[in-house]
Design a protein around this ligand. Structure first.
Ligand SMILES: Nc1nc2c(ncn2[C@@H]2O[C@H](COP(=O)(O)OP(=O)(O)OP(=O)(O)O)[C@@H](O)[C@H]2O)c(=O)[nH]1
Ligand SMILES: [Mg+2]
Length: 199
């Protein structure tokens, strides 16, 4: 699919305050700094639409972007940012899981995984919980430009191997670089399948 127009709609502190669930949406989640906001900008082709930062913890609310007046892209805060106080972490966790478990128009969650590093427990646990909650997911490996191809592939294989413990069918995955626009065509194709089938 082609995205003609995308614009920021709203930041919400909890799922009850999100825009009406009258259009379908996909959400981007993953560890702090993994590249969620950058990927959203890469997909829409609008450089600073979702705010990015080299400092983890930039995105703190549920951010809705509306695409072609037909569907929403949702940028979520990252998990696993060590420097956040425990009370903040608990707040984040409640906000995110309330959203993930209750948002009725949520079609897919895209879980972003940094392909520069071997599988991390925090990511595997998060993906496992999504599976146990029957939330449909796709895996998106990020920062492909920052890792040697063989090493990146090794990390991806190890992650997929780790998923076999909990998943009968491993979720589909994509390799991306927001820097080089790697995976853009493939992801837009996927979004086309998700939304054009639904609309
Ligand atoms: N080289 C490279 N850098 C990237 C890529 N994607 C993101 N970055 C950089 O990684 C940092 C974090 O990117 P963000 O998009 O803000 O990450 P985020 O997951 O939204 O982070 P939080 O909102 O803090 O959870 C920024 O400095 C980006 O420029 C990529 O594909 N390649
Ligand atoms: Mg962000």
């Amino acid at each position: 699919m082609k995205i003609k127009e995308a614009k920021f709609l709203k930041s919400s502190a909890n799922y009850e305050k999100c825009p009406p669930a009258n259009l379908p949406e996909v959400a981007f989640i993953g560890r702090s700094n993994v590249g969620k906001s950058s990927l959203i900008n890469m997909l829409t082709g609008i450089k600073n639409m979702a705010k990015t930062s080299s400092t983890p913890g930039k995105t703190q609310l549920i951010n809705h972007f509306i695409v072609d007046d037909k569907w929403y892209l949702v940028d979520l805060p990252g998990y696993g940012f060590a420097k956040v106080p425990l009370s903040e972490k608990a707040k984040w966790e409640k906000m995110t899981w309330d959203y993930l478990l209750n948002r009725v128009n949520l079609m897919y969650v895209f879980v972003l995984i940094d392909m520069r590093i071997p599988p991390q427990k925090i990511d595997l646990d998060f993906v496992k919980k999504l599976g146990q909650s029957d939330i449909p997911i796709k895996i998106i490996f990020t920062k492909a430009d920052k890792v040697k191809t063989l090493e990146g592939q090794k990390n991806i294989n190890a992650f997929r191997e780790a998923l076999t413990a909990d998943w009968a069918i491993i979720p589909e995955y994509f390799i991306t670089s927001a820097e080089r626009r790697t995976g853009k065509v493939e992801l837009l194709g996927l979004l086309g399948e998700i939304f054009e089938a639904d609309i």
